[in-house]
Each structure stands twice: as C-alpha cells, then as structure tokens.
Design a protein. Structure first.
Length: 609
C-alpha cells in the first residue's frame, strides 16, 4: 500500500470536505463535499490533462468546479434554515453575493441560477457592478435583493432607481448623510420612490488585517447618532416609510463566533430603535465576514484561520438577532448576509507548471569560515581562563583595570555567542538544500493578495503525492520583480516540499494554488504586461453516464490584448516593426509569422502557440 504524502500539506485540514488524495497519488475533487460518492470524484490531474490536450490550452489555468460552488451555496442556506428552525426564529434568511469578490460572468450567473429557489441576490458597489448585477438577476428570483453599496453619485442612484422601476428588488444603502439629498433629487427627477437602507458603523471591532475598517474610526457607515439623524431627516421628508434595511460590515475573515455575536447584537439594537421611531424596516444585513480556514487549524488565531464553520456561524447570527429583538419586542428581521469569500474560494483552483528547478546558493560565508573564526575567538582555553583570572585579580585605586578587562571579555563572549548561533542555524539549514522552482505564473496577476497583504493560500503539487517529495523549494515567478516569488507557506514555512523535476519525466510537474477563488482575478495587475490565465469549467457528467467535461469559458489575453489596455495599437506596431525590418534587409516570411504569433496567439507567458 502506497503512502499518502498529502499530510505534508495538511490537505485534510484546509481541504475537507472538497479535496483529498486518491489512490493514484493525485488530488481529487469531491464536488458534493461529504455527500460525494467515489464515482463522482474528479481527478484533478485528469481534468488538467484534458484541458491541455483536447482544448489545446496552456498554463497557467484556472479550473472552476460549479458543483462545488453550488454545494457551498446550498450548505450556507441549509445552515441558516436549521438555525432558524431550532431556535424558533420567526423570519427567514435571504443572502446576496457581493460581486466585487469575483465579477466573472460565469461565477455570478451560476450563483444566481443555483440560488434562485433561495431568492438569492447580488450586492453591487459601483455603476459597472450594478449593471452586471441587473443583467444577471434578470434570470433570478423577483424577490432577490439587489443591494447597492459604495459611494453614490447622481448617476449611480438614478440607475438603482431605474432598476427599482423595472421590478428589481433594489435597496439603496446610505453610507453618508449627504447621500440622502442625492437620493431625494434622483427620486423626484425619475418619479420613483426608493427602498433605503442605512449602513451602521459599529463599535464592535474585528482584529487583524481585515478588521482595519471596523470600530468607531472605521472607513464606512454611520455612527449611532448619525443613524438616528438620517432617520429623522427621512421622517421630515415623509420618506421614513422607505427605510427598510440596516446594514453593517466589520471586515472579512471574522475569526470567532463571539465577535460575530457581539456585532449582530449591537446592530440589532440599532435596528430595533429604528423600528420604535416608526421606520418599517424588515431586513438586517450583516454584511460579509464569514471566513474560511486557509491553514486548516480551525484556530481563529490569525488572518489565515477561523474557528467555526457554516453551522456555528449561522447559529451565532440567528441567536443574537433573536435575543435582542425579543428583548425589544420587535418582530424578527429577515437576515441577509453578503458572504463572498466563503462561497467562491473553494470552487476555483489555479494550476501552473514548473519550468526548471535550480539549487539556491548557500550563505556567502561558509560554515568552515565560521568555525575558523570561532576558533580564533575562543583560542586556547587555558589562555582564556588566565585572562579571566587576571581581570578578577587586577586592582588599582579605582578598579579601572578590572573594569576594562571585564568589558573586553564581555564583548569577546557576546561575539562568540553570536557566531555560535549563526553557525548552528547555518549547519541546520545546510542539512537540506533549497531549490528555486521557476513557475509559469506571475504572482502579481494571479495571486496579488499574496504580494499585497501577505495572504497565504494552500499550495501543493496536484500529483505524485504517493511519492515522497525529496526537495525543499521556493516558487519563483517569471516577472522581473524581486517580489515575484512565493517564499511563505501555510504553517509558517519558507519552503515547500516538492519533487525533483526528473521524477516527473516528460509529463510535467503541476502545482496548484487552492482556495483562491475570491478577489484574485479582479485584483490581478498587469505587471510586465502578463495577462490572465485560461479559464476552464469542469462540469460533472456522472448523471449522463460519464465523469466530467471541460469547457473553456475564457482564453487568456494575448500580447495584443494587453498592449491595447495600455493604449498601444498592435496593428500600427506590427506595421512599424515590419518596415524597420525591410529597411534593414531582414524581412522574411518567417519573421512575419513570428511577429504575428507573438502579437496574436501567444496565450500567456511561455510555450508554443
């Protein structure tokens, strides 16, 4: 029986219940979580090979598993339904997906389709996002919320009111007191009465990087006194009946349910006060913050981990809202969440191949040189003892000689100690040679959160996991930037266990970055004008008697596409270079073919077209 080396990457921790290592040593995807039967599992290596052979695609690839996306959405709704049932909560849950997390059409459309019977909606934070949300929700439930957050100018508000007028369940969330005036002007101009919400800036804080916008000094929303001031202004304008939602957001990756409970209790208190001053209300939008366990420890001790799952999260929200509502004699509100990261992270996997592996140079000062220097400092033990005895016995009227000797010996000892520690660390590191694995990717365009905020993602080879990795490696990307590398991994390690490339033969060595379906595509930069990856859907076909099929839903941009973004004209560029080549007497059909291939058919970084 072969050994499963998936434990080296804690795949059982962060990957449960969607990822495991199968008997072939490959990562398998359990598309229905714990309900997946063995015939429904998809071999990730097989899916990659099908994409690059039958679809003639090149790395890097993003493989999306819509079945996993559906399972996440179902699991969230079931968790809230169960919590509502078992606590006697008298209203229901109705969530939205914040499209800023992943604006890709296929992702948004899938969520609307999968969530239609839950009346699952969308949240937008800008005019382009509002447009795409309107288009996608045409196929959704008419009851689905279309929540409008973000800064709102006259055009944004007017577009939201138009959406309301054509029967979208649109809610404009006020984040600034001045936005009331903008809404009033737009409403009067269009003759459309709005449905409004207010974003509360809670005192409850979320620790860590993602909570920097929480608390009274946060970036978004209105403090308690401002909330009631806006309500009074609406009352004066005879528009208090328009106020039907209270929203808050204390940041992503909330680590524990105690913080969630505290935030919901505080917000529900504001909600009840608004009801008691005459606002109809109806919905409490708890925002985002439902986290995922990147490191698989379920400890909640860092930005990489949360100490709960869907069930505990839903239970904390429902119980907190019920408690405060009951205390105030207010009907239980509809509960809405804007859970994005938790819904889409698992269903998307970034795959790239290794181009080479090079042994990294050792420290510039060798261990032998350190040992030699240490010998010089220590010297003859007898002499060292004599010097110490002399320092103790030396006396003059002010003890200056003794103090001088003691100070010299102290400095001498400190230097010996530092050299000894450096030697110990170097000898320990020398036990394992480190390799630089040059990978076919750009950190800046594919995992920008790693570069920008030091977000760690689970990374591991997607095959050969029945063979022991014999090398320690860092991942080096193809950009010309010194930051273009992955040298921090889950668990605090600076290297990753990897196989020697010769173990993979001619078939290639493929690495996967997991749980990266949130934010990375929308935040990816154009560093070095490297574009995005090829996008592939892996759709299960077991109900049709098969296993899976791959569908290309987005080809990676070519060089011409990237140049156009920076306002270059590829046609003019090709013509000018051709003229220059003709003048130099080096214009050939081969040169023309090469230029056209580089401009128009090179899909991403390296490789034959």
């Amino acid at each position: 029986m072969s050994t499963n080396y998936g434990y080296l990457y804690n795949i059982a921790g962060w990957g449960d219940p969607y990822f495991a290592v199968n008997s072939s040593g490959n990562v398998s995807v359990k598309i229905h979580g714990v309900e997946t039967n063995p015939t429904q599992e998809i071999d990730l290596l097989a899916a990659v090979k099908k994409a690059i052979t039958t679809k003639n695609l090149q790395f890097p690839l993003i493989l999306r598993f819509p079945d996993v996306l559906k399972h996440r959405l179902d699991a969230l709704n079931v968790a809230f339904a169960n919590a509502i049932k078992y606590t006697g909560y008298t209203s229901h849950y109705q969530g939205v997906f914040p499209v800023k997390v992943n604006q890709n059409k296929h992702v948004v459309d899938d969520l609307v389709k999968f969530g239609k019977h839950y009346s699952f909606g969308l949240e937008a934070g800008s005019k382009p996002e509002l447009l795409l949300a309107m288009h996608s929700l045409i196929n959704g439930s008419p009851k689905a919320y279309l929540v409008c957050n973000g800064y709102k100018d006259m055009d944004y508000v007017s577009l939201a009111l138009v959406a309301r007028s054509i029967n979208f369940n649109t809610i404009i969330v006020l984040e600034l007191e001045d936005e009331v005036d903008t809404v009033v002007r737009a409403s009067q101009a269009l003759g459309v009465r709005p449905v409004l919400g207010i974003r509360a800036r809670l005192l409850t804080t979320n620790p860590g990087h993602f909570g920097s916008t929480s608390g009274k000094h946060g970036k978004f929303g209105l403090l308690e006194a401002q909330i009631y001031a806006v309500a009074e202004k609406l009352k004066e304008l005879n528009m208090l009946d328009c106020l039907k939602l209270l929203h808050f957001h204390i940041g992503s990756q909330i680590p524990t349910t105690s913080i969630i409970s505290s935030a919901v209790r505080e917000a529900t208190g504001y909600y009840c006060n608004l009801v008691n001053i005459g606002a109809p209300m109806g919905t409490l939008d708890i925002g985002g913050g439902l986290g995922i366990d990147y490191d698989g420890t379920r400890s909640g001790s860092s930005d990489m981990s949360v100490a709960y799952g869907f069930e505990e999260y839903a239970s904390a929200v429902v119980q907190a809202a019920r408690l405060v509502s009951d205390q105030n004699g207010v009907a239980h509100p509809v509960l809405c969440s804007e859970s994005g990261r938790a819904l889409v992270s698992h269903h998307s996997i970034l795959i790239y191949d290794a181009l080479s592996a090079v042994e990294e140079p050792s420290d510039s000062v060798t261990s032998a040189e350190l040992i030699s220097r240490l010998d010089e400092l220590v010297g003859n033990p007898t002499t060292l003892h004599a010097n110490l005895k002399s320092a103790i016995q030396s006396q003059d009227g002010s003890n200056n000689t003794s103090l001088t000797h003691a100070d010299q010996l102290k400095k001498h000892g400190v230097e010996i100690f530092k050299l000894s520690r450096r030697l110990a660390k170097q000898l320990e590191a020398a036990e394992e040679t480190t390799y630089a694995y040059h990978m076919n990717l750009s950190v800046f365009s594919l995992t920008p959160d790693f570069w920008g905020i030091k977000q760690l993602f689970p990374i591991l080879p997607i095959h050969q996991l029945n063979e022991k990795p014999t090398q320690k490696g860092r991942l080096i990307d193809l950009t010309c930037d010194s930051d273009g590398k992955v040298d921090q991994f889950i668990g605090g390690a600076q290297t990753l266990p990897l196989h020697a490339l010769e173990q993979s033969g001619s078939s290639g060595y493929y690495i996967g970055t997991f749980l990266a379906g949130a934010y990375q595509e929308s935040l990816g930069s154009r560093h070095n004008l490297f574009g995005g990856p090829n996008l592939v859907r892996v759709e299960s076909t077991y109900s049709l008697g098969g296993t899976f099929r791959v569908v290309v839903v987005g080809a990676g941009p070519n060089a011409a596409d990237q140049l156009k973004v920076m306002h270059h004209d590829p046609v003019e560029m090709l013509h000018a270079i051709a003229e220059r080549a003709k003048e130099a007497g080096h214009w050939t059909p081969t040169a023309l073919q090469l230029l056209k291939r580089v401009f128009y058919t090179m899909p991403y970084l390296f490789g034959e077209a």
